[in-house]
Write a new protein. Structure first.
Length: 280
């Protein structure tokens, strides 16, 4: 019998039991991919991260497939790796996208993201709008594909109500948001000053999934803003979760800072709320 210890971490959580729950397994040796995927499915949270003792390589899985990169999983892994530290801490992790630095300031971990690369969307607003379940007149600015580690279609809309009404269609979204780097992904967001409401979607051939802690999406919004003429430095507060009508709503708050050199950092408060052991 093999034991797999794990931590339950609230990420992008302004208070405990808010934000997005992420599981981090801290194992003596890295399980193979089928075992990691089975454990991720068993835990049933949006993302599950794995890190072995005396190593900095992080593997991230959703309940159905392996992910190339995830900001929220990196923040959660940093919190699980430094459970008793307060104040300032720094940690470098390796992922499929290369090395990522995490810096802790108080309860908040920050992740340094890659320089944003952009390309124009190949489809018109009249095609993009029905794929997202919104009106074409709600789209403002120019939809762009932005890549700060994961390439995503970034679409700004006129109001928070437009964000709430988004209802992506799997067949058209999978085609219009297709990327060579990862599953089709799209961010739909609105801005009220530096306060942003975000909904984030990814899809496979069968289903649309909504992410409640889209750290890469937050970084890509900053990249979109700079590509659209926003001068640096600037900061953003991005909210997810309360826009979703469920019996128990959760609020994820993502902080973004862009410095004068146009470097993008994504941060959020993290809280370890428990843990345990899975035995196989």
């Amino acid at each position: 019998m093999t034991s797999y210890p794990f931590h339950l971490i609230n990420t992008f959580a302004e208070r405990r039991l808010s934000g997005n729950p992420i599981v981090v397994f801290t194992t003596e040796e890295m399980p193979d991919e089928p075992t990691r995927q089975a454990l991720a499915f068993q835990m049933g949270v949006a993302e599950t991260a794995f890190i072995a003792a005396n190593d900095t390589q992080v593997h991230v899985h959703s309940t159905q497939y392996m992910l190339p990169f995830s900001v929220q999983a990196m923040l959660a892994t940093a919190e699980a790796s430094h459970p008793d530290e307060t104040g300032l801490a720094a940690q470098a992790f390796k992922t499929n996208q290369g090395q990522t630095w995490l810096l802790r300031q108080g309860d908040r971990w920050w992740s340094q993201l890659a320089t944003a690369h952009t390309r124009p969307a190949q489809h018109s607003n009249l095609e993009i709008a029905p794929a997202l379940g919104i009106a074409a007149t709600d789209i403002i600015g120019t939809p762009l594909f932005v890549d700060c580690g994961l390439e995503q279609l970034i679409v700004q809309v006129r109001s928070q109500q437009s964000v709430l009404q988004a209802n992506p269609q799997v067949s058209s979204l999978s085609r219009l948001a297709e990327s060579s780097k990862n599953l089709p992904q799209a961010a739909v967001w609105s801005s009220d000053g530096d306060h942003i409401t975000l909904r984030f979607f990814s899809c496979d051939a069968f289903q649309v999934y909504e992410d409640f802690g889209a750290g890469t999406g937050a970084a890509n919004i900053a990249g979109w803003m700079m590509a659209s003429g926003q001068s640096a430095p600037f900061s953003l507060r991005i909210e997810q979760g309360l826009t979703i009508q469920r019996l128990f709503s959760r609020l994820s708050v993502i902080h973004v800072e862009v410095d004068a050199q146009r470097n993008i950092r994504v941060g959020g408060n993290t809280h370890r709320v428990g843990g345990g052991v899975i035995e196989l």
